[in-house]
Write a protein that binds this ligand. Structure first.
Ligand code: 3EB
Length: 380
């Protein structure tokens, strides 16, 4: 059985400080979760440097630990200010009757395992080095070491990951001649290289945050399941990007820079129903940025990329059950500049009127990208 994930954006309606808004979010969380099983809570906080991030993270973790007790879902706290508020939550849950949840810990990371009858689903978030004073290389490696520990504790490896979020502090900043994002790509390759990839890389998001180092969230599956990577005919696969779109140097200062290893989308299901994870998508055609300096047009191009990706025409040849055009159930929208928010939101609301949406401020991985959109839909 494949269990439909539901996602909800929980954004406080009342003004106030972070603590007050968090309280409001937690009370909404309680209402939404009535009879449901939380698998992940992503918490977006208005913090712009490590000191205020650490304070916010501590407050959030204490409050959510109190709320969830010994049934902690995957939780990550991300320094990406939600638009207009101090804190917002994204809740991912399943109907309790759908799956039996186990709450576990490995290397200090709480995670959830859903037993879906012949199929196992792992949700883990917030994997990161705690000491944020360490250099980017160590921050990146520690996030992957923790992810490895969680996967191995469940007898899985990276090739079982179907969805990954890669949060990278000040993603386009240079550390000498190496860009933070490129450094991350090299480290990702160190860890990904150790596994045999049978059904493509994960669907992923690679996105900036203002503080917090490097954080990984993931969803992995094993058992009786069909996993299908989905590419976009209008975009070059990111793992085939050429050297000229990757910035700066690489770690070894010589050989080729490693491209971002992810698929545009990934399906996991049983031939009748399944999850369709839509990777972070931007205004890129081929491998080049389109509509430079025009946030509204970049949003339209991004939406078109998503529509093409999950269209019946693109899915049918892969023998996925969804033969009609799908729409995202849920989108998360990363806005680079606050001033572009209204323009971006207007396009998103017109295009995805039926989807829930969460808007956060974040640096996108190329200087000329003003918006990135990720999504989820249940294909059946
Ligand atoms: C792009 O299309 C935009 O490095 O894991 C999107 C999704 C992007 C995932 C990643 C990066 C990643 O190249 C950036």
């Amino acid at each position: 059985m494949v269990v439909r994930k539901r996602q909800e954006a929980i954004v406080p309606a009342n003004a106030g400080d972070m603590r007050g808004q968090l309280e409001e979010c937690v009370s909404v969380l309680g209402e939404k979760l009535n009879g449901k099983t939380a698998v992940r809570v992503s918490v977006f906080v208005n913090a712009v440097e490590n000191e205020s991030y650490a304070i916010a993270k501590k407050m959030v973790m204490e409050r959510l630990t109190e709320f969830f007790g010994d049934k902690m879902p995957a939780i990550g706290v991300i320094a990406q200010p939600p638009l207009g508020v101090e804190v917002a939550l994204e809740l991912a849950y399943v109907e309790e009757s759908d799956a039996k949840a186990q709450y576990k810990k490995a290397d200090g990371v709480p995670y959830v395992v859903l037993d879906c009858g012949g199929r196992k689903e792992l949700h883990a978030s917030g994997m990161a080095e705690a000491d944020l004073s360490k250099p980017m290389l160590e921050l990146s490696r520690k996030a992957f070491v923790q992810a490895t520990a969680v996967l191995n504790a469940e007898g899985l490896d990276f090739s079982d990951v179907v969805r990954q979020w890669n949060y990278i502090e000040r993603i386009t900043d240079m550390q000498e001649d190496i860009q933070h994002y490129q450094l991350y790509n090299e480290v990702r390759n160190e860890f990904y290289g150790a596994t045999e990839w049978k059904a493509g890389f994960p669907a992923a998001t690679g996105i900036g945050m203002s503080a917090g180092g490097v954080i990984i969230d993931l969803v992995a599956v094993s058992g009786d399941v069909r996993i299908v990577p989905i590419d976009n005919p209008d975009q070059i696969d990111a793992h085939r990007y050429g050297q000229k779109v990757l910035v700066g140097n690489n770690l070894s200062h010589g050989s080729e820079k490693t491209a971002p290893q992810f698929e545009r989308a990934k399906y996991q299901g049983n031939g009748v129903a399944g999850d369709l994870f839509i990777s972070g998508t931007a205004s890129i055609k081929g491998e080049l940025t389109i509509a430079i300096d025009d946030a509204a047009e970049q949003t339209r191009v991004t939406a078109k990329n998503i529509d093409t990706l999950i269209s019946g025409d693109n899915l049918r040849p892969r023998e996925l059950p969804a033969t009609d055009d799908l729409r995202p159930d849920y989108i998360r929208v990363y806005v680079k500049r606050h001033d572009d928010f209204d323009a971006i939101r207007q396009v998103c609301e017109e295009t995805y009127s039926e989807a829930q949406a969460l808007y956060v401020i974040a640096d996108v991985c190329r200087d000329n990208l003003l918006v990135e959109i990720e999504g989820y839909t249940f294909a059946r």
